[in-house]
Write a new protein. Structure first.
Length: 353
């Protein structure tokens, strides 16, 4: 039986930052994640993808963000149960919880924080009859390492941010990049659309709109994609390709968490955002992309904020007779459980009145 103060379900960026906020309160944490390594989607799906909306980082790769978070939480010595899925939740008479994984590992926690991101997820696959025959043989639904596509002919399908961003990135890596979208208008960020248009004018990206990939051809590996144009006069086009990457998003599923008695709305967990992001089960919180409330923004920075608020509430729940006085880390530094301390680099003095 693994015992901890706060059990965090999900080791993505929000879950990892929860360790830091809890550590400042001297609360012990343990994380469960179905993936074999921390980082969630940032590690599993797009470690080399740049992120632009993390405060103080004009640009940071998703994998580097995870690396920085792991370094930040090191003083607080969190525990990890990786490669296992949280399966059942049992609330005991004393208000604490037992969470058991699909492999039978049991965790006893005073508080549970669900930070499972989008939950379990599967890529949305295009309706191409033989697409499964080419999976891992030229067809990929995620880009983990863009260097895999160095000097190769790549066809990307999709019209959202992911398709646009990767088309821009791979334009400097692959020998050829074609972006296929079934409409003329893209639904991604305006600056990304403008950048793709610029690269198309420079001949670095071939934009094929009002069309879709309907077939794949090749002996043992992918050799061609079949593109059908809406303009019947153009008909079908056979385009040479080493790689086909359909980026139509993910189909999220809460998995076993959906059967825990939590209030669910549109495949997300409803929380009280007026106070502490607690669910309808006292002592169980939901933070990050897995939760929903009026005005919710599914951003990493929103998850960081929710983690900080949640930890303050968890402290009051665990220690109802204690009053925690917030101290800025610029004054108090950061002290780990082993007694080591990072001193504040400068003292901040605030006078009132």
């Amino acid at each position: 039986m693994i015992k901890t103060d706060i059990l965090i379900i999900g080791a993505g960026p929000t879950g990892l930052f929860t360790v830091f906020e809890a550590g400042l309160l001297k609360l012990k944490t343990h994380l469960i994640d179905a993936l074999p390594q921390p980082g969630g989607q940032c590690s599993e799906i797009y470690p080399k993808k740049p992120i632009y909306d993390i405060p103080a980082f004009p640009e940071i790769l998703a994998g580097d963000l995870v690396g920085n978070l792991m370094e930040q939480i090191k003083p607080f010595e969190p525990g990890f149960t990786l490669g296992e899925r949280a399966e059942t939740l049992e609330r005991l008479e004393d208000g604490t919880f037992i969470v058991t994984t699909n492999k039978g590992t049991q965790h006893h926690a005073l508080v549970v924080a669900i930070a499972g991101g989008l939950g379990s997820f599967e890529p949305r696959k295009p309706p191409i009859e033989n697409i499964a025959d080419y999976e891992d043989k030229g067809v990929s639904y995620f880009i983990k390492d863009p260097e895999v596509y160095r000097d190769r002919k790549v066809v990307i399908a999709g019209g959202g941010d992911s398709a646009l961003d990767w088309a821009i990135y791979l334009a400097e890596v692959a020998s050829e990049v074609a972006l296929v979208h079934r409409r003329n208008e893209f639904r991604g960020a305006l600056d990304s659309v403008e950048r793709v248009s610029e690269l198309a004018k420079l001949g670095k990206i071939e934009m094929i709109t009002n069309a879709e990939v309907v077939g794949l051809r090749g002996e043992d590996t992918l050799e061609q994609v079949v593109i059908r144009h809406k303009d019947t006069a153009r008909g079908e086009e056979f385009k040479d390709a080493d790689d086909f990457i359909p980026l139509f998003g993910l189909s999220p599923k809460l998995g076993p968490i959906g059967s825990w008695g939590l209030e669910i709305e549109k495949n997300a967990i409803k929380v009280d955002n007026s106070y502490d992001y607690q669910t309808n089960i006292p002592g169980v919180y939901a933070i990050g992309d897995v939760n929903t409330y009026r005005g919710k923004l599914k951003l990493i920075l929103s998850g960081f904020h929710e983690a900080a608020i949640m930890c303050q509430s968890a402290y009051q729940r665990i220690f109802p007779d204690k009053k925690y006085v917030l101290k800025y880390t610029t004054v108090g530094g950061v002290q780990g459980f082993d007694g080591s301390k990072k001193e504040a680099k400068r003292e901040v003095v605030q006078s009132i009145g």
